[in-house]
Design a protein. Structure first.
Length: 144
């Protein structure tokens, strides 16, 4: 886990209602075999029991944001099976809201917002993030 991922993890864990699983394997197909394009290691899966919400947290400092956008596109294309996998493998209640939460430098927000709008489902809000629509984003992770 990188330095900034550790900072984000500590930030998330500061809320006593939030439980965090770092480098969590999200696997669409059950079993021991992971097929290309059907699994992801999420930087952190954070479950907030106060909000009845699950956050798929990704942390990046990349200026292009291409890997992050690619991940969000893949999740968008597989949203229902992804939520089913979280319920099956992580025992997340199906009544909980599932929402991506990205941690990027604040200076990257305009570029991120522009790219995000091209992803069907996410730009308009897959899963209703508590207090938000679409992807929840946090400011400069270096100040978190």
């Amino acid at each position: 886990m990188g330095y900034f991922q550790e900072i984000v993890t500590e930030y998330l864990r500061a809320d006593r209602a939030m439980f965090v699983n770092t480098e969590c394997l999200i696997q669409l197909n059950p079993g021991d075999v992971v097929s290309k394009g059907t699994h992801w290691y999420c930087d952190a899966v954070a479950v907030n029991f106060r909000e009845s919400a699950v956050y798929l947290c990704e942390v990046t400092y990349s200026t292009s944001l291409s890997a992050l956008i690619g991940r969000l596109q893949a999740w968008s294309s597989n949203w229902a099976p992804l939520c089913e996998a979280l319920a099956r493998d992580c025992q997340v209640p199906t009544s909980f809201t599932v929402c991506p939460w990205v941690f990027i430098p604040q200076s990257h927000h305009p570029h991120f917002q522009k790219k995000l709008s091209t992803i069907p489902g996410i730009g308009g809000g897959i899963g209703d993030c508590p207090g938000n629509q679409g992807v929840r984003k946090s400011g400069d992770v270096s100040q978190t």
